[in-house]
Design a protein around this ligand. Sequence first.
Ligand code: NAI
Ligand code: MG
Length: 356
Amino acid sequence: MKKHIVVIAGDGIGQEVTTVGKQVLDRIAEKFGHEFTYDEALIGHAAIEATGNPLPEETITKSKQSDAILFGAVGHPKYDNDPSAKVRPEQGLLGIRKALGLYANLRPIKLFDELLQASSIKPEFLQGADILFFRELTGDVYFGEKGRKDGGDTAYDLMIYSRYEVERIAVKAFDAAMTRRKKLCSVDKANVLESSRLWREVVQEVAKRYPEVEVEHQFIDAAAMLLIKDPRRFDVVVTGNLFGDILTDEASQIAGSMGMLASASIGDTTGLYEPIHGSAHDITGKGVANPLASVLSAALMLEISFGMKAEAEAVVDAVDQVLKAGFRTRDIADSNTPADLILGTEAMGKQLLSKL
Ligand code: NAI
Ligand code: MG
């Protein structure tokens, strides 16, 4: 098959991990006889430096013409501590999600058995945990009206959802539940927020079309607690943009590290595949970032955008083999990991390619 992929590596460790993700795609193409062509595009701080715009028009055009996007991360310390900055890297990421209509963000939380010890949660609560998050990605407080009033001393961000927005993500989540353990948990804050009451109402309506799916509703605060208390109780979780952002960082501890979690952003057009982590300034340039989240994002691309199930499985299997062989990046190493098995980003990539 011929596929055209746009690589948007972005900032910080986005550059480092995406390099490995792309190498894995190349190897898959070679191994399975596909032809993948690539283009690159700018976003975030890198784009601001080059063009003044965190999301250049060219990036959108190239993305729309692609079959899929391999994305890294955006962000730079310069903006994190400067609340007055008007042009910010994150505008690039939110902008591309909106421009491409990527309203559904799938975040599988899969624990590789070898990483049971890497998590800060006790192994007996973790073994077998397997959750698929559906985070709504183009609505909520991230896209609602925001601003300042009272001469700048009062600030607001509007949390807003429409029936249409909730329904389309709920349908995606229910469809997925039907292919899994047929359990769905919808997370909101309907005891307090009107937008959450609409969310719950719509999920209840959609649920009627899926009588086989066992549905529960949890408030975000309780869901955050249950996720750590008993991760295995969850199958599919559907939630809004803000709650999904926070809950999945928390859920990364179920999989051992932020560096293990991949995501697929899908909608009506091209899919975008990215790790859930950010640009990680604290480790940028040190060559220690875990590339597996990017590699597993590439696997999601193969499966979801290209329908290449065997190819995707080959990638996941290679990750499994590398972990079974004992190799770790720093973030997933534990006190028993021998120093010579703790690899940097590049060396981890080499091990993966050798297994492929
Ligand atoms: P972060 O996700 O970049 O990092 C959080 C922690 O996890 C850090 O200690 C980091 O070292 C570690 N970590 C993340 N990915 C890792 C990997 N692959 N291997 C090993 N360790 C890893 O979040 P943080 O530090 O809050 O934000 C840093 C910058 O990233 C900020 O500018 C923020 O705005 C941006 N950001 C961008 C996102 C995106 O592009 N999707 C998402 C979240 C934050
Ligand atoms: Mg996040």
